[in-house]
Write a protein that binds this ligand. Structure first.
Ligand SMILES: Nc1nc2c(ncn2[C@@H]2O[C@H](COP(=O)(O)OP(=O)(O)OP(=O)(O)O)[C@@H](O)[C@H]2O)c(=O)[nH]1
Ligand SMILES: [Mg+2]
Length: 417
């Protein structure tokens, strides 16, 4: 007999279409939850949609739908709801179906938990998970007495147990915040040291191709996968082939619709890389029919974290999947965007040139005399400027260079008598 791979857990995906949400938007949100489920390893067996005017207090779906849902849930291991649901709604659904119930936020948190690699990402995810858990703890007090053996203490003892849990949770969250602050302080220092350098941040919806472009632009080997939230950690690398001065590119976590607020909050320091960049490359998957809505989501998350001030270059990626007429239509609709494929080296060079040209526009061309007694400044110049010509006279080295205004200002300062 041949061994079979362990069966993947099966899931039922439940969509709730609220009034005012159109069919296309609802469908794309539901497809997205299925992809999130797949990323988490689920085999999505069925979908069910309930139209509602608003989410009722106790129940996620109406009574008629609930019957259908219970029937479909019999064949799966988990029920995934495309909405943030209340603890009591989750409990009611769990009771009715006898299956584990996860809402969209829980699914996203589980993916983040699985994909976090660096210490910072792990701490950030843990903090977000505890923040998600905290209000849910209150409601799950039922049955806690059992765990203390015999339930003799009854309700009162259960409550004190719950109090203890809550205090532990609060303490752990405070500890996590402290640790994250220390790390943020460190990376802030590192960022400030880079402040004078030209920096570009790749931002955009999850799966848009940020890491693929990062690889192509910098020759780095960051992780690329057809998964949602493949990247959680920020990577910074210099543009390749190297420019003078060098340009640093950073790749970071992507965004998604209905991104849990606590998750955004706990990833704030990771996202500061995007906030402080001189230029943001907003990458979108132009082959995804929902990419326009994804552009909006990314923009609003950037606003939320205060990172909407940086200049943006729109990069419409995956053009290899488009028909020529689709490409033409997009070029007309987004005249300022760069239409590329991370898989085409000629497109990557074009993108690289656009980045270099962008910084070039900003640069000043000046001539500086570096006295022979200050030759150390010369190596600084070679590090942070593009040297055009260099000649020597009796006073020192005369350098013609191009550099960013703040660099010129600093050099002038350090050359001042
Ligand atoms: N056809 C095609 N596929 C691409 C292109 N760019 C990226 N991909 C694929 O799209 C998927 C996602 O790419 P990533 O580079 O991991 O995307 P990302 O934006 O970093 O995603 P997250 O880290 O999850 O936010 C992978 O399967 C890539 O191979 C492209 O230009 N054309
Ligand atoms: Mg990535």
């Amino acid at each position: 007999m041949t061994a079979t791979a362990p069966a993947r857990p099966r899931a039922l995906v439940v969509g709730v279409q609220l009034q005012g949400v159109d069919d296309a938007e609802h469908a794309s949100s539901l497809t997205e939850l299925s992809r999130l489920a797949k990323t988490l390893g689920y085999d999505v067996r069925a979908q069910i949609v309930q139209k509602r005017t608003a989410l009722a207090h106790g129940a996620v779906v109406g009574e008629g739908k609930l019957e259908e849902l219970v029937r479909l849930a019999a064949d799966v291991d988990a029920v995934l709801v495309d909405h943030e649901i209340t603890p009591s709604q989750a409990r009611n659904l769990e009771k009715a179906t006898g299956k584990e119930v996860l809402d969209r936020t829980a699914v996203i948190l589980a993916i983040f938990h699985r994909h976090a690699r660096s210490r910072e990402a792990r701490l950030q995810v843990e903090l977000a998970r505890l923040a998600y858990l905290a209000p849910r703890l209150r409601d799950s007090g039922v049955g806690r007495g059992d765990r203390q053996g015999g339930g003799i203490g009854g309700k009162g003892a259960g409550e004190s147990h719950l109090e203890l849990d809550r205090r532990k949770l609060r303490d752990r969250m405070a500890e996590l915040r402290r640790e994250l602050e220390a790390i943020a302080h460190e990376s802030g220092t590192r960022r400030r040291r880079r402040a004078e350098q030209a920096t570009v941040a790749l931002v955009g919806y999850t799966n848009a191709g940020k890491s693929s472009l990062m690889r192509a632009l910098t020759g780095s080997t960051v992780y690329v996968a057809d998964q949602l939230f493949a990247t959680l950690d920020t990577t910074v690398r210099a543009l390749e082939p190297p420019t003078r001065p060098r340009i640093l590119v950073s790749d970071t976590v992507g965004f998604i619709k209905k991104l849990p607020h606590d998750l955004v909050a706990s990833f704030r320091s990771t996202l500061e890389e995007a906030r402080d960049a001189d230029l943001q490359l907003h990458v979108a998957d132009a082959s995804d029919p929902a990419f326009r809505a994804q552009l909006d989501v990314t923009r609003s998350v950037l606003r939320e974290i205060g990172a909407a001030e940086a200049p943006v270059l729109l990069v419409l990626n995956k053009r290899d999947r488009l028909a020529p007429e689709q490409e033409a239509a997009l070029a007309a609709e987004f005249p300022d965007a760069l239409l590329v494929s991370a898989r085409r080296p000629e497109d990557v060079s074009r993108l690289r040139e656009a980045i270099v040209a962008w910084f070039e526009r900003d640069m000043e061309e000046v001539e500086l005399l570096v006295p022979y007694t200050r030759q150390r400044v010369l190596s600084e110049i070679h590090e942070s400027c593009r040297v055009l010509t260099e000649s020597h006279d009796e006073h020192g080295t005369l350098v013609r260079l191009r550099a960013r205004p703040e660099v010129v200002q600093r050099l002038r300062g350090s050359l001042a008598p």
